[in-house]
Ligand binder design. Structure first.
Ligand code: PLP
Length: 386
């Protein structure tokens, strides 16, 4: 009967983000479903990658990544957050933040281990855990400010709980975790011997005068946090697949073995490009990225509100969750599909970010798009709802 599939097949399915991208292509719409950022790639990053190819840097690097890139990552964390890391033993470059999370999760978690995940969540976090036999335990953040308290964490704690995932700034809700919240998580993690995965891929996309606080800067979290970040968003190179993990040396050593097994190494010439960007781009580059996206957020949210799609204003990252209940359809998926067919604007149904069939009528829109695309979106929104 041909090829049968493994038992693991039941653990994996196509993400709703990719589904909506396919629907968007079919409808020839504007894709605000996928988190692709339309920033220009910094010229120095692109040039350094091309130079590396021309100079013959086309063979494997060490499986933990290029030394100069790891050094640049360590320097970045000192420059922005005052953190001290040893680039030789505590940093690993992987295939995106996705690869960094997968390999560190494989290194630290066993099947049956439970990990606390705040929801609405980034679907890859829950799916990655499930794919390795772990069990996500969900804590639902409370609208409108996406808050939680100690009792929420305690209510999902069991004898199998091993960790917590923090995503700050968060996809999809844009929450920027405060010092007080991180200290609360730190106390909870310390009392219960938990490790923390901290996905900080949107660390430079923070608005409203807030600052990004890396969880590993909280004393109780310092030795129990695996920090994950990358270059996809900040250098607009999602297809280069470059990200990294920072963790205590024994974790990085094992994760590097998995990195080697699964990917061998991240793409060599592209690592040269990212290193150049980290070393050369001035603070103003990062400040401009934040202020440009804050301006886009403001206009985008105002236009959604005018069209009757009430937005939750995000303080970070580059997505807006907006209420699509006014649109035709019974379920949020039907409403999102109706919006796509009427306006050509693709978004992601909010239930993709919750574990249960939820009552949400929120949809996620990515606003990190070029002005001319956003203008088209605004025209389409106005013509539909006015
Ligand atoms: N983490 C979060 C929270 C994301 O939203 C995304 C992409 O949308 C990623 C990780 C993926 O990062 P990378 O391209 O570095 O794998």
């Amino acid at each position: 009967m041909g090829i049968t599939l493994s038992a693991k097949k039941g653990l994996i399915k196509q993400s709703e983000i990719r589904n909506m991208t396919r629907e968007c292509l079919k409808a020839e719409g504007i894709n605000l479903a996928q988190g692709i950022c339309d920033l220009e790639i910094p010229a120095s990053v692109m040039q350094a990658a091309k130079d590396a190819i021309d100079s013959g840097y086309n063979i494997y690097t060490a499986s933990e990544g290029l030394s100069r890139l790891r050094r640049a990552i360590a320097e970045k964390h000192k420059r922005f957050y005052g953190q001290e890391f040893d680039h030789k033993s505590e940093i690993m470059v992987s295939m995106g933040a996705t690869g960094a999370f997968y390999t560190t999760a494989l290194s630290t978690l066993n099947p049956g281990d439970e990990v606390i995940v705040f929801e609405p969540y980034y679907s890859y976090h829950a799916a990655t855990l499930e794919s390795i036999g772990c069990v996500p335990r969900f804590v639902r953040l409370k609208e409108p400010e996406w808050t939680f308290d100690k009792r929420d964490l305690e209510s999902v704690l069991t004898k199998n709980t091993r960790g917590i995932i923090i995503n700050t700034p968060a996809n999809p809700c844009g929450k920027v975790f405060s010092q007080t919240e991180l200290e609360l998580i730190g106390d909870f993690a310390q009392s219960n011997g938990l490790l923390v995965f901290s996905d900080e891929i949107y660390e430079h996309f923070v608005y409203d005068g807030l600052t990004h606080i890396p969880p590993a800067t909280i004393p109780t979290l310092k030795d129990r946090t695996i920090t994950i970040s990358g270059f996809s968003k900040i250098f607009s190179i999602t297809g280069w697949r470059l990200g990294y993990a920072i963790a205590p040396a024994h974790v990085i050593e094992t994760a590097t073995h998995f990195n080697d097994l699964i990917y061998v190494c991240p793409p060599t010439p592209l690592q040269f490009g990212a290193a150049k960007g980290l070393i050369e781009l001035p603070d103003s580059y990062y400040e401009n990225v934040a202020s440009e996206h804050q301006a886009k957020r403001d206009r985008f949210c105002a236009e959604l509100a005018k069209a009757g799609l009430t937005p939750h204003i995000p303080h970070g990252a580059y997505y807006v969750l907006a209420d699509v209940s006014m649109t035709e359809g019974n379920t949020v998926k039907e409403k999102v599909m109706a919006l796509l067919h009427e306006t050509g604007i693709a978004s992601v149904p909010g239930n993709a970010f919750y574990h249960e069939e939820s009552d949400t009528f929120l949809a996620r829109f990515c606003f990190a798009k070029k002005e001319e695309i956003l203008e088209k979106v605004y025209q389409r929104l106005v013509s539909k709802h006015s």
